[in-house]
Design a binder for this molecule. Sequence first.
Ligand SMILES: [Zn+2]
Length: 384
Amino acid sequence: MYARQALRAATGLVRWAAVGVPTAPCPAHTTLYTCWRASSSSVSAAVSSVTPHPPSTSLQVFWKGGGSDVYPYLWLRDNCQCPNCFHSTAFARMIPLDHLHPNTSPKSVQVSETGVEVEWTDGHLASYPADWLHQRAFDTTRHTHQQCLYKLPKKLWGSELSQALPTASFPRIMADDAALLNFLTAVEQLGVVVVRGMREGVGEIERLTQRVGHLKVTHYGGDGGDNLLADAFHAASHLRQHQRQHYHMLTDTIVDFEDIGTQGSHQYHAISRRPMIQLDHDGSLDRISFNQMVRSSVFQVGVERATAWYNAMLAFRDLVCHPQYQIKYKLKAGEMLVFDNLRVLHGRLGYTSSEGARHLEGAYWAWDEVRSRRRVLSTKLGQS
Ligand SMILES: [Zn+2]
């Protein structure tokens, strides 16, 4: 179920190759997102009124059914659900990060039939469905749905399990999605399942592996202009030295990154959960997760911390967007760009159509494998 997530978590290098074939729709952006809708049918919220919430960095929403929730302005602006800001079928945030400012506030807020309408001081009109808001309340005790989506609760067992060892039928897993889900649920909750009914001979494990998830990640077609690369480790080091509070806010706050789509016939829904700046056990920088498009609108922290986190994130954004930490490079035909995906932020600038059609291909390499290869070669060549 989390094959792709596991791959993502293990990935280190991305290569991009520019080749001369026509552009095609990105396979990751052609699917429908149904999970929230399917799982949220039990909730039906309606807004009765709204008011600014002291100290005027957030909005308090009162529900018709009683109670209220508070939403930071920065979070609301960042998560505008209009078609310009959010791609509802690719489930990706479209609003560029440079549209977000620490002093973001509404010019006016109105309650509508469906939820809340906000006109921001920059003139942008936004609307937020009541159910959507209600599901994302900044109440850390209420996110059980996202918690279950992320990881299923473990069921502990002892010797008694030998009397009730979970089993699954290989032919049924291969043919029936519900059987596959039961199997994967048992594997995640119990950690052990016996699969029965496999044919003799080789190839069955491969078939099951293919059925559970794809193993090779190669994606992102589309236009390619200049590559913009920023050393986010350098920017994070600057933050650590000069804006220590912001730095710790980003190292100590867990953020969800949610990636939903299809690749070939394989549908995926990956959630990874980590701070934007992740440290190694010795306090050194380990990885940066700074993806505006797939950062989840579900943010499981208190409302004050959410605003503080946004201010820290915007300070970090100002650093990584500073030309001091960036390079620009335009790939030529036949070239490939390899970079550390856990450290270097990669963006692509637009290109003009007079340059002809270009197509980009990307692949992830796992750091474990790359380092292993490096060690073996180093030994073989007598350099270790
Ligand atoms: Zn919008």
